[in-house]
Design a binder for this molecule. Structure first.
Ligand SMILES: Nc1nc2c(ncn2[C@@H]2O[C@H](COP(=O)(O)OP(=O)(O)OP(=O)(O)O)[C@@H](O)[C@H]2O)c(=O)[nH]1
Ligand SMILES: [Mg+2]
Length: 262
């Protein structure tokens, strides 16, 4: 049975969207919530009507100030999604989410590339041992041919040089090149590739979990291109964490509705 089968119980995954300011975290969150049917209308940061940037100062300034959570379901996975602020003034809000994340989604603007803040986030994710998916955003700003021939390879080279050599393009259609790139990330993957000409999904899941590979997806959160492919990849390649029988939980934040009376 395929891992994404409807008959299997859904995986429960907590993920956080992290990036430098204005990379498109809130826009991607909105897109994920919209495509999965959690919200009915697609809000826009520029129109001050997103689901997650709900506070007045956030809407007025077009930036996220507080980390906020939402839930959505995609295929075989229930995602608890945390949208975090990218502005350095609110880094503490972002950092407190790191204790509860099973996976992180790091967003990079295709024309911005790796910024100083992206590197800071990368170091923090390493320190907290958090597996990472990357979403390279704002590809709508480029023509398809310049994206494919110039910007995509240039950005992947930058990721390899400045973040990690194991950032692998999961959005391409060349299967052999994909398995080849995976095989370079671990000996086990290399052995399987040499023997079977492929790397199995559960092995890829484990590689991601062990931070031996970092899947990269490309798209535009604003135009909703590449977002379904990203969600499909997230559903396919994540693994639910194993918890002990006894109940235990980590609270990352306690918030109160501002309309609530004390
Ligand atoms: N062209 C284009 N613009 C985008 C895309 N995604 C986001 N934007 C724009 O980028 C700006 C910032 O988007 P946000 O979603 O607020 O970015 P953010 O990362 O949440 O920003 P902070 O929370 O303030 O760190 C807005 O003007 C968005 O409309 C995209 O895919 N393409
Ligand atoms: Mg935001």
């Amino acid at each position: 049975m395929d891992d994404t089968s409807e008959h299997k119980p859904k995986k429960q995954i907590c993920t956080g969207l992290l990036a430098h300011v204005d990379a498109g975290k809130t826009t991607l969150s909105e897109g994920m919530l919209f495509l999965s049917g959690s919200i009915r209308t697609l809000g826009r940061v520029d129109s001050q009507n997103t689901f997650l940037d709900m506070y007045e100062p956030e809407r007025a300034r077009g930036i996220t100030i507080f980390s906020k959570q939402a839930v959505c379901s995609w295929k075989n996975v229930d995602i608890s999604l945390l949208d975090t602020p990218g502005h350095v003034d609110f880094s503490a809000e972002m950092e407190r989410t790191l204790q509860v994340l099973d996976y992180a989604v790091l967003i990079i603007g295709i024309t911005d590339g790796v910024q100083g803040h992206t590197q800071t986030l990368w170091r923090l994710l390493k320190q907290y041992h958090i597996p990472v998916f990357l979403f390279i955003n704002k590809t709508d700003r480029l023509q398809q041919d310049e994206l494919e021939q110039i910007h995509k390879p240039a950005l992947l080279a930058q990721l390899h040089a400045q973040l990690d050599g194991s950032c692998v393009d999961f959005s391409g259609s060349d299967e052999e090149a994909f398995y080849d790139a995976l095989a370079m990330c671990s000996e086990e993957a290399m052995e399987q590739f040499l023997e079977h000409d492929c790397v199995q999904t559960d092995r890829i899941q484990n590689m991601i979990l062990r931070r031996e590979v970092f899947p990269c997806y490309f798209g535009s959160a604003l135009r909703l291109t590449g977002v379904e492919e990203f969600l499909d990849g997230f559903a396919r390649y994540t693994k639910e964490p194993q918890y002990p029988q006894q109940f235990a939980a980590k609270v990352f934040k306690i918030a109160r509705d501002e309309k609530e009376t004390v």
